[in-house]
Design a binder for this molecule. Structure first.
Ligand code: ATP
Length: 216
């Protein structure tokens, strides 16, 4: 099952964890195969897109049979490095940060928040959802090579300063939940998730693009 990662389009790669979660559930239920229609309904991606995505994985569905669940699962595990845990640090233990610490990410995928940092003394030294909270001044001291990803849930005006320190400390990927657009050197990946913007976009789409008129 050799695969050239570079050939998978980014949009397809982004859907991988979604597919993985569903296929994993099917596997635990003892299902052997799945049709693109079933998949499509479950993950809410149209079946033409699923067929195209899966063709990149070398998974060619057979008419009347569908896709082999074991094959897909082995593929996804390998591609998503499910055998390897991605260790994550979270910066900013406010309302959003605290919610993430309580959320059990490991249930369906192998990412684990190992430590958190905050600037408020009263939060430092606590343990939230099994994750220790350290002072932000100790960032460089505690971040180790094994931690490659950071979640940013600090106020927007602190985001760039913290991002600079994270990069300096060897972080490779930042999941930025602040509205600030941060700049990082080439080779560092930043994914922005602005919940307010997403909600606004959804409201706008509901108003202007009712689903029964949507083009797929
Ligand atoms: P809260 O109600 O706990 O303040 P919030 O999400 O409304 O939460 P924000 O002002 O967005 O508060 O701050 C989020 C968290 O980031 C807070 O816990 C705050 O102490 C922390 N924080 C602020 N500045 C920094 C910094 N420079 N480094 C690390 N953490 C910081």
């Amino acid at each position: 099952m050799e695969l050239d990662q570079a050939k998978i389009p980014q949009a397809t790669a982004k859907r991988l964890p979604l597919y993985y979660r569903f296929i994993n559930n099917l596997h635990s239920q003892g299902k052997q195969r799945v049709s693109s229609k079933e998949l499509s309904e479950a993950v809410k991606v149209d079946s033409a897109t699923i067929r195209r995505d899966f063709s990149y994985f070398g998974a060619l569905g057979k008419k009347g049979y569908g896709y082999n669940v074991n094959y897909l699962l082995t593929f996804f595990r390998k591609t998503l490095d499910q055998d390897e845990v991605t260790r994550v640090a979270l910066i900013g233990v406010g309302n959003l940060g605290t919610a993430f610490l309580h959320y059990n990410f490991t249930k369906n995928n192998n990412t684990k928040i190992e430590m958190a940092f905050d600037a408020q003394e009263e939060k430092v030294g606590s343990d939230i959802g099994g994750v220790p909270v350290y002072h932000i001044d100790q960032l460089e001291e505690y971040l180790s090579e094994e931690i490659s990803v950071a979640i940013l849930t600090v106020p927007a005006n602190e985001a760039q300063k913290i991002a600079d320190r994270l990069v300096e400390a060897g972080i490779l990927g930042v999941l930025n939940f602040t509205p600030a657009r941060i700049s990082v050197p080439e080779g560092i990946r930043v994914h922005h998730i602005d919940l307010a913007v997403e909600l606004q976009a959804l409201a706008y789409f509901l108003k202007h693009y009712p689903l029964d008129h949507e083009e797929s």
